[in-house]
Design a protein around this ligand. Structure first.
Ligand code: SAH
Ligand code: SF4
Length: 383
């Protein structure tokens, strides 16, 4: 797609914002047959086409009309980077209004009984209003919410890429190739629960059995801890996974790195988490970015265990060695990480450490955009 066309698509309806039912309603309003909605949905989400001309079972007149009035995600890819091992792929997308967002595909080889995974890390907003001190996106400030279509479009981009070129883990002869997206995590730019309606709409669209058909258990919302929205989420029929960005075990420390803690302190956050667990019967993941000499000592691990032991098997900690951004935080060494985790193990708190990946392509959220903005105007790579 050329840049001139991007300006045209500004006024076009993005079909990726519609559920099947809404698409049907829209078509009917246009005087078209409602049953065409299912066909279009299959073309978009099962055949993964980007072009109305390819929708061969639609009448030519409808295809032409769609071409004029609608689009299938208007974003263009400004830059695409693959890590050296090709297991982390990051794109910078330019939205119709020129805003820039990032999405990442992470490929995991099969492990034991479980098969290979392809996880898309999706952005929910351009920028972010929450200003966490260690986060590159947080330092940019808030631009705007993404539409449901702009969220869905990120997933479809990588789905098409894998369909065209399936991936198999190198060095594992005979292991199955993977040609589809298996998981989605809302861990890109932005705070998903600050854009609640559009995020839930996007997940419902991707969940639809008539379309992309990705199970809710394969979707994870990561939140900075917006308490009322966590409570609302626990009432949703769509039972997605919940991850809480905790990053500090006391109000004092959390307030220093995460301004949100002043609005929703730990007691309120944990009250909401407890209710969420009681309501859904599901485990909650607590993300904990390890910042050397800030929150990573064994004493901090003890305080973290004090918070999480009462949640029993319903809490899991994901330790994330910080990815260095513009802020002057340092990543802890392996000994500090081991000591921190040992305390959690001793206290019976389930935990894991996120393997570092994609460093050579600046995979921490917001970093690619930050670099890009320093030297704008890269050529368009693909739609
Ligand atoms: N706003 C949501 C989701 C996007 S951030 C949230 O905060 O949960 C996704 C995860 O990446 C969060 O756990 C966030 O704290 C973490 N993160 C942010 N900056 C990071 C960095 N520099 N290094 C490692 N993880 C980071
Ligand atoms: Fe926003 Fe999440 Fe970054 Fe905090 S960590 S600034 S909530 S994107």
């Amino acid at each position: 797609m050329t840049e001139t066309q991007t300006t045209d698509t500004h006024k076009k309806i993005d079909l990726l914002t519609f559920t099947l039912l809404e698409l049907k309603q829209w078509l009917t309003e246009q005087g078209e047959a409602g049953f065409r909605a299912k066909q279009i949905y299959q073309w978009i989400y099962q055949q993964l086409v980007t072009d109305f001309a390819a929708m061969s079972n639609l009448p030519l007149s409808l295809r032409q009309r769609l071409e004029e009035e609608a689009c299938i995600g208007p974003a263009i890819v400004r830059s695409e980077q693959h890590s050296k091992d090709d297991r982390t792929r990051k794109i910078l997308l330019e939205l119709a209004d020129g805003r820039l967002i990032e999405s990442v595909l992470m490929l995991y080889p099969p492990l034991g009984e479980s098969s290979a995974r392809a996880t898309v890390c999706v952005s929910s907003q351009a920028g972010c209003a929450f200003g966490c001190t260690f986060c590159a996106t947080g330092q940019m400030g808030f631009d705007r919410h993404l539409s449901a279509g702009e969220i869905v479009g990120q997933v479809l981009y990588f789905a098409r890429q894998l369909r065209t070129a399936p991936w198999s883990a190198p060095g594992l002869p005979g292991s199955k190739t993977i040609d589809h997206i298996t998981n989605i995590v809302l861990m890109g730019m932005g705070e998903p629960l600050h854009n609640y309606d559009n995020v839930l709409q996007a997940l419902r669209i991707l969940n639809s059995g008539e379309g992309f058909n990705l199970g809710a258990r394969h979707m994870t919302i990561s939140t900075v801890g917006v308490v009322p929205a966590i409570r609302k989420l626990s009432q949703e029929p769509l039972q997605v996974n919940l991850a809480i960005s905790l990053h500090a075990p006391t109000d004092e420390l959390r307030g220093q790195t995460m301004p949100v803690n002043r609005k929703y302190p730990l007691q309120e956050l944990f009250s909401a988490c407890n209710d969420y667990i009681a309501e859904t019967g599901r485990q909650v993941t607590f993300e904990y970015v390890l910042l050397s000499d800030v929150n990573d000592t064994p004493a901090h691990a003890q305080q973290l265990a004090d918070l999480l032991v009462p949640l029993k098997q319903f809490a899991h900690v994901n330790c994330i060695p910080v990815n260095a951004t513009a802020a002057s935080y340092r990543t802890p060494g392996p000994d500090a990480i081991r000591a921190f985790r040992n305390v959690l193990f001793e206290r019976g708190v389930s935990n894991s450490v996120r393997a570092e990946r994609g460093d050579d392509i600046a995979a921490a959220c917001g970093q690619l955009r930050t670099r890009f903005e320093e030297k704008r105007k890269l050529p368009v790579v693909a739609q």
